[in-house]
Structures are given as structure tokens and as C-alpha cells.
Design a protein around this ligand. Sequence first.
Ligand SMILES: [Zn+2]
Length: 376
Amino acid sequence: MVHELMLNSTQNDSNDSELLPLTPPATVEKRRSDSQTKRSEVKPKKLLTQLRGSNRKSRLKFRPQPFTVLDLNDHLDGLRDDKNADFLRYALRHSRRIVVIAGAGVSVAAGIPDFRSKEGLFSSLKDKNCASGKDLFDYNQVYSSDEMSYKFNGMIANLHRLSQGAQPTAFHSMLDEIASEGRLQRLYTQNIDGLDTRMKHLNTKIPLEKPPPVTIQLHGSVNHVECNMCSKIENFDPSIFRCSSQDVDEAQVVPTCPQCEEFESVRMIAGLRSKGIGKLRPRVVLYNEIHPEGDLIGEIAASDLKKKPDCLIIVGTSLQIPGVKSLCKQLVQAIADRKGIILYMNKELPTKSLIDIIGSIDLIVLGDCQEVSKLF
Ligand SMILES: [Zn+2]
């Protein structure tokens, strides 16, 4: 009887409310009104639901024990049956807001020397009559004498030449791909070679400004010079920097700024007092100097923490610079609190200096980070 009523009701919409039982039995489907029927037939909405379903982050099924090391050298022929490798793959493919802190290890495969390894810049420069290679990155030392300035200029010119001739590595390409998918929240790079920012999706802004670019160059780059007076930024031109006392051309130890010179000559003609002429120096941040963009980088880092990143990749760096280590510590804390993923990729195991964060690292990936890009 009820069924009959229901069937009848479909033929006479105006009597719907009278014919339907107040609580239909479970076997009876409540009849939908015309407007509801129409809505369920709209296909794009269904499509949207399907799309949302396919975008859903797949669940993390396995997390390595603390202090787990994945040695890439043991898996050069492939990482198929390894839970830790699956975890690494999951982190790279499924994380949605990845923050990367990169160091020199990322660029070694491109032929750019790192700083602290045995073959690194610090030891190779030390051999060339310099107390320590590190002195050539110390503001107090670099401009202390012409001799030191020659060496500094030579080192920057050499790094510039190397980076101009180098190609970004497979790891750079992997980061670029992640960025192209909108999953790279930020790349904090300590590298001054500019190989990363050459990639299409790893752009930066020089000088740094808001809204922040994907890549933040924490220590500047060898590709630019800046005037210490008018702040004019130019491309680095090695020919204007004198690299030895034998240089007899127009190169200078600390070149003067052409823009300041122009302003000065205009002031002279106008009879105005002299304001002085600035000096050009490589736009690289040295030890013992105040970071010119430090406050802005701090603001960007604070806003990155608020955006709830779900994965941190520390790669090719032993985190020896206190400012970078402190940034890393904050990110580790925020990501670990939200059960995100923290990866440490380096040729060497973390040192004692990382004792504060080592317990929060999900996986230590030991070996050449270029091998990781093959996994991806
Ligand atoms: Zn100037």
C-alpha cells in the first residue's frame, strides 16, 4: 500500500506532503523533490568530488625508528624493497608544504667546491698562504689589507667563473619539479653559486622583498655586487676587481661605484657639497658583519612557521652557521609537533652540534643527495 502511494506520488507532485508517510520504512526511499533531483544530475559537481578524492594525501603507513640511517651507498642499484626508502619516497612525493634548507653539498656534483670537506674551499685556500680559508669569509679579515682583499677578490671571481660554467644538478631539478607542483613552500639556500635560482620555479628577488620568492639566498650570491653607499646592485664583473698587485689594468682592490661617481659629478656642476663615492663589493654575506636582509629573512621565516609546513629537508649542510642552525631548530620543532616529516641528507652523519634536533629527525639519508633525485 505504501509502495502504491509512493508510486502515485511521483505522478502528482502537488500532493507530496499528504501521500508520503511521516516515517517511511527503511525499504522505502524517500522521494526527492524536483529541485533535489535536478541537483543530483549535475555532473561537474560529481567530478569535483572525484578530483578532491584523488588529491587527498595518502596516509603514511610507516615511520622509521629514531636515529635510522638510510645509507645510499648500499642501495645504488635501486631501493625497491626497503621501508625506509619507501618512507623517503613518500615524503618527497606526498608532502604538500616542503621547506628545504640547502648547503654546498647540493652543488658539489656541478663542480662547485664546498667549504668544510677535505677538498673544500676552507682547506684549499689555506694552502695558498692564508692562515685559514675561513678568514676569506670574515669581514674583519677580508678588508684588513690589500693582500687579503686580492685573495678575497680572486676567490669570488673564481667561484663566479665556476658557477657561470656549471649546470644545475639533478637535485636542483628535483626541487624545481616539486616547486612546479606547488609543494615547495620555501628553499632556504646557503649557496652563493646561484645555480638553484637559475631554475624556472626556484626564483628569488634581488634585493629580497615581500611577497617573498620561493628561494631565499641566506648568504647572497657571487653573481651580484652592491654599492655600500647608494645600494645600487649590479651584475658581478670580475674585470673590475684587482686580484693581485701585478694587475696593472683599471681593476681596483675595492672598485668605486659608477652611479655614485655620476651623482657626484652632477653635484659638482650644480655647486652642491660632495657626498662621497661608495664602493662596490660582492653581494655575499660574510662572517662578522650584520646581515643586511636579516630582519626580512626573520619575518619570512616566522610567516613560514605559521603556514604549517609538513616536511623539512636539511640537505648538503652540517649546519655550522649559528643563524641557519637556529632557523632549522625552529622549523624542526614546529614540524615535529605536527607530526610532519624531517629528513637530513648529507655525505656525513650529523655531528654532536646537532644534538638538539637529532632526536626529531625521521630519517638520516647518508650519501650523495644526487642519488635521492633518482628515487623521486
Ligand atoms: Zn653607489
